[in-house]
Design a protein around this ligand. Structure first.
Ligand SMILES: C[S@@+](CC[C@H](N)C(=O)[O-])C[C@H]1O[C@@H](n2cnc3c(N)ncnc32)[C@H](O)[C@@H]1O
Length: 343
């Protein structure tokens, strides 16, 4: 089943017949594979690890699949297709990336849902592209087409990151926030409550949904001896987290994971301000799965410490899987749940 933006691309596939096509920020369907019915070769870059996992079994010589914020090489393409991202500033980054990977006079297609702000593309397109025109509209989506008319500047990540000092309960840390990553320029209220009520931690600790690495950096500020692993589903978040750790001279292992599935072995602690929404999966499912999987991933005596919006349905899952619900702090918006795996 294709998403609405993918269906719109597919019905315009005569635009790239026999071409070498790059797809940026593709969605959780198999469109990159279906494009091969028209295109000669397809390369697809996903910034979402869940989407990458859906596609990866279909890799073949004419279908190159990558996860990350950049391609591993400097290949040039006849056409680049961008799925307009949820975070508007990320669109500007993807346009730069498209420009870098297009042949001279190469074709740019940008697709997105009307309610996702796709119309902004007309003003966002940098002047190395000509003015985009509306090629097609259907299924509440629009498809714009443009052309590369001048050489695009190389991507310099430092142009896309905002560095700032953040005061946390553990002390001041430097945060490097790449476009589109959660919590820009301020300490999230939930994260602040979480960090203000930390339990005693030791050994191997997982920062789940690490974002720009705020929690990991604060933990390492207070306890540099911790062995922290940071996971996130989002490529920009992972890169941000790496930059944040380096900027503070901290060391931690950072890798992509969809939920806890890519983590290995058991942890002495799991700390998180977990995701509260997802395009397709409901918040109840996210909460349920995260609690259930956490119990499997904790050592005996392991600590589980998370913050969640107080109306999110965590209590039932916590009571099912941890056998008791312990709220260690709360305010009018958030609750901090602190549980332990009994010895
Ligand atoms: C509420 S933010 C917290 C970010 C950071 N820990 C902080 O406190 O500032 C949640 C993070 O979870 C990530 N995320 C969403 N779904 C995920 C999934 N299925 N697996 C791993 N991480 C996910 C998001 O990309 C986002 O960075």
């Amino acid at each position: 089943m294709l998403t609405n933006p993918s269906q719109l691309i597919l019905r315009n596939s005569d635009l790239f017949t026999d071409q070498n096509v790059l797809v940026l920020n593709y969605e959780g369907d198999l469109l990159p594979k279906q494009l091969l019915e028209t295109a000669q070769k397809v390369t697809a870059l996903s910034l979402d690890y869940h989407h990458h996992l859906i596609m990866s079994p279909y890799a073949e010589p004419n279908l190159a699949l990558h996860f990350g914020h950049m391609l591993p090489d400097e290949e040039l393409f006849d056409t680049v297709i961008i799925y307009y991202p949820k975070a508007k500033p990320l669109a500007s980054y993807l346009l730069n990336l498209a420009g870098v990977h297009l042949k001279h006079n190469g074709q740019l297609l940008v697709v997105g849902e009307n309610k996702g702000g796709i119309r902004s593309i007309v003003k966002q397109v940098p002047d190395y592209f000509d003015n985009p025109f509306k090629q097609d509209s259907a299924r509440h989506c629009l498809l714009y087409v443009s052309q590369l008319i001048e050489k695009a500047p190389q991507i310099n990540l430092s142009d896309w990151v905002r560095n700032y000092q953040l005061e946390t309960p553990q002390g001041e840390i430097t945060i490097c926030n790449l476009v589109g990553v959660f919590s820009e320029k301020r300490l999230d209220e939930g994260t602040k409550l979480l960090l203000s009520h930390l339990p005693n931690l030791s050994g191997r600790v997982l920062d789940f949904g690490c974002g720009a690495g705020v929690i990991a950096a604060a933990l390492l500020k207070a306890q540099p001896e911790l062995k922290i692993e940071c996971v996130d589903i989002n490529a920009m978040a992972i890169e941000s987290c790496k930059l944040t750790l380096a900027a503070n001279n901290f060391t931690a292992v950072t890798y992509p994971s969809d939920g806890l599935t890519q983590t290995k072995g058991l942890f002495n602690g799991i700390i998180s301000n977990p995701p509260f929404h997802d395009g397709l999966r409901s918040t109840t499912d996210i909460a349920k799965n995260f609690v259930k999987d956490s119990v499997q991933k904790l050592e005996k005596g392991g600590v589980w410490h998370i913050v969640a919006n107080r109306h999110l349905p965590y209590s039932d899952s916590i009571s099912t899987h941890f056998k008791q619900v312990n709220v260690s702090a709360q305010n009018n918006k958030y609750k901090v749940y602190s549980n332990k795996i009994s010895n």
